[in-house]
Design a binder for this molecule. Structure first.
Ligand code: ZN
Length: 404
């Protein structure tokens, strides 16, 4: 394709994308995001900064992912890779991981490539010593302004010229990291972005997993875009092909989870016996106009009207974890994915919601798998039942529930 045609097509795509992305979906938009919501997010960030390191576990700051080897749970191997050395861990299940993304014009990634090192989006090991990694804050607080700029650049690159980071987000690289820290199984969650073409991560990742021969260790997820008129049949097809959970991302896909238009999708999940895995809550680094979609109260209608469907709230509500806790207590069909939460909050989640309702997740390749694992190990020291529930047993029972 010539450069000018390429550019014209790109601009047209952006135009189409912008029109559909900026139109709120379903419910009346006004009154759904209040000044008090904006203030609460600012307050959460302020308090987190103030309290970091002063919780029940004290300060846990490390230099890069390699620095986690200062903890008694890890060591570095001869190639300086992080290895978990805790002997009595169960085979861990990671309920929240992704592969490298290439959509629209970006060249297809070779998902079977093995590279020297993984460039995580928070590329803490790019330098030696690595960047400062604080385990007692919501994990994205570790991104500096410069890191965020590079994340935005990589995000665009994944859709246009191809991302150098994403080219390292491959199956062998993920498996090597899983082997290093003792993760047996990972659920790979794609997201339908609502693009006019080449928006088929779900299909391509599932195909890559199938051809890798590692279907026993990587479970593909499904995704649909709520604005896709064929969403329900597409979901059926993906599940028939082996997908084990439906990923929906209200901020990226710009929809309110309680929109009536979503209900046929939730009903189909009930019929198919698969859980809905939501991105839950405001992460705080996404574009501000998307914050409105992920307030915890907007998930209430979905969860309450589909009591037979199991819903996972990824990131345990992220920076809205204060709302996610009572929400999970109110609804027995809600599980909290713990990825991102700092160690003090993780302890609070266990104490208030119960270890039985929490699912381990890493959000790889944003971060090294060891970052999430380190937090669980710190918080569950001397509490083997909690540790096993979070790292393995809960995910196992959620996945088994589908099969029955
Ligand atoms: Zn994720």
């Amino acid at each position: 394709m010539t450069a000018s045609l390429d550019r014209r097509l790109f601009l047209r795509t952006l135009g189409l994308g912008a029109a559909s992305l900026l139109t709120p979906f379903g419910c009346e938009d006004s009154g759904r995001y209040l000044d008090s919501d904006i203030e609460r997010l600012a307050e959460q960030k302020r308090l987190e900064k103030e309290r970091a390191g002063q919780g029940p576990f004290g300060s846990h700051r490390y230099r890069g992912y390699r620095g986690l080897a200062d903890l008694p749970y890890f060591e570095l191997d001869s190639k300086d890779r992080l290895r978990c050395i805790v002997e009595d861990l169960p085979p861990i299940i990671d309920f929240h991981a992704h592969l490298g993304l290439s959509v629209l014009f970006a060249p297809t990634i070779d998902w079977m490539a093995k590279t020297q090192r993984v460039r995580h989006f928070l590329d803490c090991d790019a330098t030696n010593p690595g960047c400062e990694l604080d385990l007692d804050v919501y994990i994205n607080a570790n991104f500096t302004e410069k890191d965020l700029e590079s994340l935005r650049r990589e995000t665009v690159a994944q859709a246009i010229w191809g991302s150098e980071s994403a080219a390292t987000h491959t199956i062998p690289n993920l498996l090597a990291e899983m082997d290093g820290v003792g993760i047996q199984l990972a659920v790979i969650l794609p997201i339908a972005l609502g693009l006019p073409f080449r928006d088929d991560s779900s299909e391509r990742w599932a195909a890559a997993i199938a051809s890798s021969g590692h279907e026993d260790r990587l479970l593909p997820g499904a995704t649909v875009h709520p604005r896709d008129p064929d969403a329900v049949s597409s979901l059926r097809l993906q599940v028939a092909r082996g997908a084990r959970a439906l990923k929906l991302h209200p901020a990226v896909q710009r929809f309110y989870p309680d929109s009536p238009e979503l209900h046929p999708i939730y009903s189909e999940c009930e019929k198919l016996g698969i859980p809905v895995f939501f991105h839950g809550g405001r992460a705080g680094i996404e574009p501000e106009y998307t914050h409105r979609y992920t307030l915890i109260r907007h998930y209430e209608g979905a969860v309450a009207s589909h009591p037979q469907v199991q819903f996972v709230l990824g990131h345990a509500g992220a920076r809205d974890v204060g709302d996610a806790i009572p929400f999970a207590i109110r609804h027995r069909n809600v599980w909290l994915g713990i990825h991102g939460q700092g160690i003090s909050v993780l302890r609070e989640l266990i104490d208030r919601v119960g270890a039985q309702r929490l699912l381990f997740g890493t959000d790889w390749p944003f971060y090294h798998l060891g970052a999430s694992l380190a937090k669980v190990l710190i918080v569950t020291e001397g509490r083997p039942e909690e540790r096993t529930a979070i790292l393995q047993a809960n995910a196992e029972s959620l996945l088994a529930r589908e099969a029955s």
